[in-house]
Ligand binder design. Sequence first.
Ligand code: ADP
Length: 291
Amino acid sequence: YNIKMEDFSTRCEIGRGQFGVVSKVYHNPTKVTMALKEIRLQLDELQLNQILMELNVLHEARSPYIVDFYGAFFIESCVYYCMEYMECGSLDSMFSFGCPEPVLARIAHAMVSGLKFLKDQFGVIHRDVKPTNVLVNSQGEVKLCDFGVSGKLNASLAKTRVGCENYMAPERIKSGASDQGYTVQSDIWSLGISLVEAATGKYPYPLNGRPTTSVFLIMQDIISGPAPSVDPARYSELCRDFITVCLHKDPSERPSYAQLLEHPFITKSQAADVDMAGWAQAALTHRASAA
Ligand code: ADP
């Protein structure tokens, strides 16, 4: 079945990314509420078709830690990507609550499991691990989106990608962010930075309101400054160790996904009861009352 624009009704904007808007839509044929992401590209039809073909493998990417893919199509030079609608939006919007350690551990587990799934099943490295690419639904499930499954799409987006909140690993910055030599280890660094951000509520490198010149300073700090950490008064030694091992400056010192899943920070939380749904519901309620 080929999904198309005419299938949708009640389009309403829920987010705005660098390449276009994300809308909540209702898919009439299946009666499913979906998120429709628009990606504006300067490409011809041949190249757009190549992207659609590459995205098609996602139909087989079924994992509880990956946002479900429903299909993609293009209109003019815009790719439309249809995916599972995640009511709470991205992880960065959950930070205003602070993230209790048990919840943080569950988030870490979901992110590592999702990244491992992509690597094991598709040989895919995510390449853009950051809080806005981690989505949460009303049941408190945490899933990854925006992974680099299409080489063609990666290449087109990389040309225009900007932004000063940098989740790039030191070795990636040193290599001039070239695509060669991108490994799983670099995603593990970005995972570590994302967890620090979830715990502290803010991007861990100083921005100080200097949007353009600071990009260089941040990069320098990522390479030579101390790795970010979280407050020992609020987070246990296990938690801090998990973050520390993800943020080894030397990528070969960072653990594998399998090793991370066996880290006691994760195993302890998996054995415990964590009310993820309660956490998600609290966020939704808080947002509704703030609106
Ligand atoms: P970026 O370009 O910064 O990665 P996106 O274009 O992916 O941002 O998404 C912009 C915003 O739209 C996200 O921060 C999130 O709040 C929202 N969003 C994206 N995908 C979904 C989804 N599947 N369900 C609900 N909200 C989403």
